[in-house]
Ligand binder design. Structure first.
Ligand SMILES: Cc1ncc(C[n+]2csc(CCOP(=O)(O)OP(=O)(O)O)c2C)c(N)n1
Length: 368
């Protein structure tokens, strides 16, 4: 589930990824080249989408394995099943637009042009990571590309997105901000305060180990904006997401905020500590995989329209697999941050304050 917060103090609530289709096909680590225009539909879009979706799927499954091998420690929230949101959303955005999201941010980071090496290095706490190994899974950023994180506080993206949207409006750059949050965050107070000022939304499946039907009185999230219009979107269909986001951006620039409820299904549990099977059945999960999986869906579409053959698609998947494993190998070569970095980047401006060991006598470090 997502909510993008669009410009003009508009914004939709969602979770999505990826921009110009063709650049996504390039066998480089970057998923997305910077673009200042939104490409129209083209048959090659479907191949590009297939490649990008496969890359994101492989990335998330690899992160799962790295976590189980104890190479990724701490928090790790996976996005498999929801990749179409990232792909469809980015394909409707330009480099002027911004995105802010919660902790389930790996795919959004790649969609904003982050490299696989930067991502995996960050996940493994290494220096080559986008936050120099000090942020981890929940704190991926790419500010120069309009990606403002990666936030662990549920619902916090709503006011942040409002502020970013306000910035676009203030400098009149024609950009919008997509503010993403989950259905769990949709019940948070700060969201309603932020909606009062602006906003757009997009949505999802289950909160943290709780079925939507148990956590939410009104699960029609796209209607939650009250005076803010909303749309429910099939968030497992990259093309639907693309069209919805295109519409939302145009709407936001002309009329104000809009909420997009992205109907998605994450295959993994909430985080690595959640088996994801206590609030839903295995049959339910496999049913969604068979009927709605974003990768399989586009594979079927490509085959039905003779855009590529089964073996050509398999080749793409092989390339993607190699690209991901090469990136992991490279990320592993990167060293851990130096211990002198322990207290840096805690505050925006260096305070110079001393941090003590529990004995309160010996200095542990200085906040820089
Ligand atoms: C303010 C706040 N309250 C509680 C938590 C603990 N918490 C972490 S994730 C989560 C569930 C959020 O669910 P949702 O917004 O649907 O996102 P999803 O994990 O499904 O993507 C909760 C309650 C938190 N991080 N921040």
């Amino acid at each position: 589930m997502f909510i993008p917060l669009l410009h003009r103090l508009p914004s939709p609530l969602l979770r999505c990824l990826s921009a110009s289709a063709l650049p996504l096909c390039r066998p480089t680590s970057a998923l997305r080249a910077r673009s200042t225009t939104v490409p129209t539909s083209h048959p090659l879009n479907s191949l590009s989408f297939f490649r990008s979706l496969s890359l994101l799927r492989r990335t998330e499954l690899s992160a799962d394995l790295l976590y189980k091998s104890k190479l990724i420690r701490g928090f790790c929230h996976l996005y498999d099943g929801q990749e179409a949101v990232s792909i469809g959303m980015e394909s409707s955005l330009t480099s002027t637009d911004s995105i802010v999201t919660a902790y389930r941010d790996h795919c959004t980071f790649l969609g904003r042009g982050g490299s696989l090496v930067e991502l995996f290095a960050e996940l493994m706490g290494r220096r080559a990571g986008c936050s120099e190994g000090k942020g981890g899974s929940m704190h991926l950023y790419r500010k120069n590309e309009g990606f403002y994180g990666g936030h662990g506080i549920v619902g916090a993206t709503a006011p942040l997105g409002c502020g970013i949207a306000m910035g676009h409006k203030y400098v009149k750059d024609g950009g919008v901000c997509f503010t993403m949050f989950g259905d769990g965050a949709a019940n948070q107070g700060q969201l309603f305060e932020a909606v009062n000022m602006a906003l757009g939304i997009a949505g999802g499946s289950d909160g943290m180990g709780t079925a939507v039907t148990r956590s939410t009185k009104n699960p029609a999230y796209y209607k939650r904006g009250d005076y803010v219009p909303g749309l429910k979107v099939d968030g497992m269909d990259a093309f639907s997401v693309k069209q919805a986001c295109k519409f939302a951006k145009e709407h936001a620039l002309k009329h104000g905020p809009v909420i997009l409820e992205m109907d998605t299904y994450r295959y993994h549990g909430h985080s690595m500590s959640d088996p994801g099977s206590t609030y839903r059945t295995r049959d339910e999960i496999s049913g969604v995989r068979q009927e709605r999986d974003p990768v399989e869906r586009i594979r079927k579409l490509i085959l039905a329209h003779d855009i590529a053959t089964v073996s050509e698609l398999k080749d793409i998947e092989k390339q993607v697999k190699k690209e991901v494993s090469d990136a992991i190998a490279k990320a592993k070569e990167s060293p851990m941050p130096d211990s002198s970095e322990l207290c840096t980047n805690v505050y925006a401006n260096a305070s110079g304050e001393e941090v003590f060991y529990p004995d309160r006598k010996h200095i542990k470090g200085v906040l820089a």
